[in-house]
Design a protein around this ligand. Structure first.
Ligand SMILES: Nc1ncnc2c1ncn2[C@@H]1O[C@H](COP(=O)(O)OP(=O)(O)OP(=O)(O)O)[C@@H](O)[C@H]1O
Ligand SMILES: [Mg+2]
Length: 265
């Protein structure tokens, strides 16, 4: 459903316009009905990759295909829902007016019930008549989520969907992912929350400094993580090895160490 082939994206920076690679030679595929978690430190290139998938920016080299269409072809976006990194809505417009507007933009008849269902699913129905610029960060995130699931898209691409959500919201969002997964949707989401990797993802991809350093089934990575933890315990001089306090499982520690080891700065 999603196909990246040798994708490189550079930006020109500074007065002399020096090229800086944000993403380098990225190749992977996402199969239908799978949930993929995209992890990586700040500045790794996650949002750049996602923006190329949804056709907001174009690769400097290589190609991105969605549903068999090049990402720059608008047909690639027909069955696609996208939640951007920092959703932002214009001032002076109510939540319901914003979602109605997006519903009209879609090339499909969306009923009032469907719009209400999206708002309810995203947990923002109660604030539909409030101006969106008065929303809190998490409320804005929820409205953007409601917009992204409008029209029941087959592929959902979420850029840090959990950011700004309270613990209840995070749990609700995870439930939404599970529900979408049951309905065989293909979901690709980026996150910093390593703890979500295990329960949500069929596959985990890790990006560091613009390069993909891992892209495997969660079960396979979990196995690697178990052996990594066992090795660490064995090699600990005094025989006592503790997981970094912030992390609870060996998978989280493994992903954390993997990112740390590969990060240049
Ligand atoms: N428009 C741009 N012009 C110049 N450099 C850019 C531009 N957009 C992104 N970059 C650079 O590309 C790199 C990757 O940025 P990106 O936003 O993709 O990271 P990220 O993995 O999403 O990080 P975060 O976790 O903080 O959201 C960064 O070094 C960033 O400075
Ligand atoms: Mg980002």
């Amino acid at each position: 459903m999603i196909e990246l082939n040798g994708v490189t994206k550079y930006f020109r920076i500074g007065f002399f316009g020096i090229k800086k690679n944000a993403v380098e030679d990225l190749s992977f595929t996402v199969e239908k009905g799978k949930v993929i978690g995209f992890f990586g430190p700040n500045g790794a290139g996650k949002s750049t990759t996602i923006k190329m998938m949804v056709g907001l920016i174009h690769p400097s080299r290589g190609g991105v295909k969605i549903n068999g269409y090049e990402a720059k072809d608008c047909r690639s976006r027909v069955k696609l829902g996208y939640l951007p990194e920092n959703p932002n809505f214009p001032r002076g417009i109510k939540g319901i007016e914003i979602i109605n507007y997006y519903a009209k933009l879609l090339n499909a008849k969306i009923s009032k019930e469907e719009i209400y269902d999206s708002l309810k699913l995203a947990g923002i129905f109660y604030a539909k008549d409030l101006h969106a610029h008065k929303y809190s960060k998490g409320m804005t995130q929820r409205l953007a989520l409601a917009v992204s699931i409008l029209g029941d898209p087959e592929i959902l691409i979420f850029d840090e969907p959990l950011s700004g959500l309270d613990p209840i919201g995070r749990k609700e969002f995870k439930d939404i992912i599970f529900r979408l997964k049951e309905r065989k949707k293909t979901i690709f989401f980026s996150s910093h929350v390593l703890a979500d990797s295990k329960e949500l993802c069929d596959k985990i991809a890790v990006l560091v400094n613009g390069r993909l350093i891992k892209n495997e089934d969660t079960a396979a990575i979990e196995k690697e993580a178990e052996s990594y933890a066992a090795e660490k315990i064995n090699s600990a001089q005094n025989g006592d090895f503790h997981l970094t306090s912030e992390y609870n499982t060996s998978l989280e520690v493994y992903l954390y160490d993997l990112m740390l080891k590969n990060k240049k700065n």
